[in-house]
Write a protein that binds this ligand. Structure first.
Ligand code: AMP
Ligand code: TRP
Length: 327
């Protein structure tokens, strides 16, 4: 039996190279080894205000990008979270087994609470319970994510354990799968902040659909320091982040990369980095255009993905409802 992999991505903002290098790339690479399910989490997206038409088009855009990046719709199950009602239903049940104190400790919520000027919704607070439902519905073994999601996967394990201790073995305990390098790609304009989809500044992230000109401009403007040597040094976060991006796109070793830029300055390195990114994204971008030429095609793949995932989710939900005494 193959191990089950489950992961999710929000259809908001623009998908960037941080999403790609820490998550999507691994999802693609491990598809044959695992039984994989990838979910476009639109219910998570609405925990913050969204423009309805934009949200709808982003769902298709993310799906197109996943397929263009190499997720095979026959091998993996790819679907939209709101298409399977069991996600919302299990969330409610899990809410009733999650102490408020566990949720109050979530660092992502605390950060968003600080950032948001307007009132924050109960949905945003409850975001990790919805994520736990996503994962637990499918008897997931492994959850490949970036570093920022580790705490949410740990909470999922805690909630599952709590439920199991009350009702007996019900949920499988999932493990986070976090890459050693690149699990936290930083913003180009500010290498002390993680690259984020919701950041408005135009020089912050390289998006997967960026034009070559935009990529060159963003890389050349990326914040570094006043030193010259191109070396992997975590105390120099700007150049370090760019080097990690170079490392992950080329697959070269750190000593080889440092040797290659020995005696050269940041400008030479940045020029080459921009071309490496452009070359790596080119095939993905052209496949994206093919996939999205007929928008109904993406919709049909997503409908098929949901119809393959739904029976698994409904089976778990039925077991849980029975144990709790519902219905
Ligand atoms: P999200 O953008 O929140 O939908 O995240 C989708 C996936 O990308 C998750 O696995 C995140 O952990 C990962 N991710 C998001 N931002 C970054 C980043 N700056 N560096 C590495 N991984 C990231
Ligand atoms: N919260 C995740 C993020 O923002 C997305 C997500 C939702 C997810 N449900 C999930 C990731 C389940 C892994 C497993 O990145």
């Amino acid at each position: 039996m193959k191990k089950r992999v489950f992961s999710g991505i929000q259809p908001t903002g623009n998908i960037h190279i941080g999403n790609y290098l820490a998550a999507i790339k691994y999802w693609v690479a491990s598809q044959a080894e695992f039984d994989s399910i990838f979910c476009i989490v639109d219910l998570h997206a609405i925990t913050l205000p969204q423009e309805p038409n934009v949200l709808k088009s982003k769902i298709r855009e993310v799906a197109g990008l996943l397929f263009a990046a190499g997720i095979d719709p026959k091998l993996s199950k790819v679907f939209v979270q709101s298409h399977i009602g069991a996600h919302a239903e299990l969330t409610w049940i899990l809410n009733c087994f999650t102490p408020i104190g566990w949720m109050q400790r979530m660092t992502q919520f605390k950060q968003k609470l600080q950032e948001q000027q307007e009132q924050v919704s109960v949905g945003l607070f409850d975001y990790p319970a919805l994520m736990a439902a996503d994962i637990l519905l499918y008897d997931t073994d492994l959850v490949p994510v970036g570093e920022d999601q580790k705490q949410h996967v740990e909470l999922t394990r805690d909630v599952a354990q709590r439920f199991n201790s009350i009702y007996g073995e019900t949920f499988k305990l999932p493990e986070p799968l976090i890459p050693e390098t690149g699990s936290r790609i930083m913003g180009l304009d500010d290498p002390t902040k993680k690259m984020s989809k919701s950041e408005a500044s135009s020089g912050h992230a390289i998006n997967l659909l960026d034009s070559p000109e935009a990529i060159r401009a963003k890389i050349m403007r990326a914040t570094t320091d006043s030193l010259r040597e191109v070396r992997f040094d975590e105390n120099r976060p700007g150049i370090y982040n760019l080097l990690v991006i170079y490392e992950l796109f080329t697959g070269l070793s750190r000593p080889d990369i440092e040797a290659r830029f020995e005696g050269k300055g940041y400008a030479d390195f940045k020029q080459e980095l921009a071309e490496v990114i452009i070359d790596n994204l080119r095939p993905l971008q052209s496949r994206y255009r093919e996939f999205t030429a007929d928008p109904t095609y993406i919709d049909s793949l997503l409908a098929e993905g949901a119809s393959r995932a739904r029976p698994l989710a409904e089976k778990t939900l039925a077991i849980v409802k029975n144990k709790v005494g519902l219905g």
